[in-house]
Design a protein around this ligand. Structure first.
Ligand code: FE
Length: 233
């Protein structure tokens, strides 16, 4: 026989989700005309601003209490448009494997060791001269699934433009890497000049005697000398 409902203990009130207040919007919603097409909305929508990028975001070697393993390097360059003008205030994001060639991602099947002191993601904004600069660890090469080949050392780059729809994604390679001729992604870039532009140059003048080695990689966002991107031009 079923007990009367009145004798059942009262259900406990659901505990408030502790993360809800943190994730709740703190600013009023932006006005939005539903008749506007999505592309136009994206061009006028909010983007990352100067206050969203901290100084330490560009130093991937200082994001954890300990020091990451591997060779510290500096990667700098300038972002220009087709006319050679510097692109200022550009959000530049990078992500990469650690020194052993493993990403801090649960789906990375590479048996190389993880590094608890290296996440492998950073960002900065270009200055008034279009310059960006990162301090990081030289990434290791890693094998592709299925043992087809190895990917040479590389750093993934994203340039956001002035809206999310203008995002460009590409990769930077290191000079002298013996794996460059065997990389499937680099081989998919048909123009040798485009492939050449994806390889950084060693910057001896910036490599301090006891400091990190420096690499320079300049980027052109559009025009005939545009840096190759993964979506095409
Ligand atoms: Fe990669």
């Amino acid at each position: 026989m079923t007990a009367p409902a009145s004798s059942a203990p009262p259900s406990p009130a659901p505990a408030p989700y502790r993360g809800a207040p943190e994730r709740h919007p703190r600013r009023p919603p932006l006005p939005f005309d539903p008749g506007t097409d999505p592309e136009t909305v994206e061009l006028t929508g909010p983007v990352f601003g100067p206050s969203d990028v901290g100084d330490l975001d560009a130093d991937l070697t200082r994001q954890h209490p300990g020091v990451p393993l591997g060779e510290r390097i500096i990667v700098t360059g300038r972002v220009r448009d087709r006319a050679g003008r510097p692109v200022r205030g550009q959000l530049v994001e990078i992500w990469q494997a650690n020194a052993a060639g493993r990403y801090a991602h649960r789906q990375d099947r590479n048996p190389a060791p993880a590094d608890p002191n290296f996440t492998g993601a950073g960002r900065c904004r270009t200055d008034d001269h279009g310059r960006y600069a990162f301090t990081t660890i030289r990434p290791g090469a890693y094998p592709l699934p299925g043992e087809r080949t190895w990917r040479p050392a590389h750093i993934h780059f994203s340039f956001f433009g002035s809206a999310f729809t203008q995002r460009l994604v590409t990769q930077m390679y290191f000079p002298g890497d013996p794996l460059l001729p065997y990389d499937e992604i680099l081989a998919s870039v048909p123009d040798p000049a485009d492939r050449h532009r994806l390889v950084a140059t060693y910057d001896h003048a910036r490599s301090l005697p006891a400091g990190p080695l420096a690499y320079r990689w300049d980027v052109v966002l559009d025009g005939p000398s545009a840096t190759w991107t993964e979506e095409g031009r």
